[in-house]
Ligand binder design. Structure first.
Ligand SMILES: [Zn+2]
Length: 103
């Protein structure tokens, strides 16, 4: 004999809905451990890709801009260099800043 998880009424073993309150009372499968772990990793994956994708919104344009500037022989602003250093790549930013004096 099983009981309604909602109202506690005794239920027929084959019943899939409570005759009293109408709540579904079929076996509620507990998710397996692996599925829970997979869920955690899915969330972590979302966070990880979010972390990677959001910076890409500015790292790619900045990289493209820098490539253009280098190709056309133009200099990029100091602000751009500092932003590159902070947001894109530390070494690239340092090289940009140092590279000025070497031209
Ligand atoms: Zn019920």
């Amino acid at each position: 004999m099983k009981y309604c998880s909602n109202c506690g009424k005794e239920l027929d073993d084959n019943a899939s809905f409570c005759s009293s309150c109408g709540a579904p009372c079929g076996e509620v499968k507990k998710p397996g451990t692996l599925k829970v772990i997979a869920e955690i990793f899915m969330v972590l994956g979302c966070i990880a890709s979010g972390w990677a994708l959001i910076p890409l919104c500015w790292t790619i344009p900045m990289t493209v801009k820098y490539f253009k500037s280098v190709k056309e022989g133009r200099d990029v602003s100091t602000g751009f260099k500092v932003c590159s250093l902070i947001f894109v790549n530390l070494i690239a930013g340092i090289l940009m800043l140092v590279g000025d004096d070497m031209d």
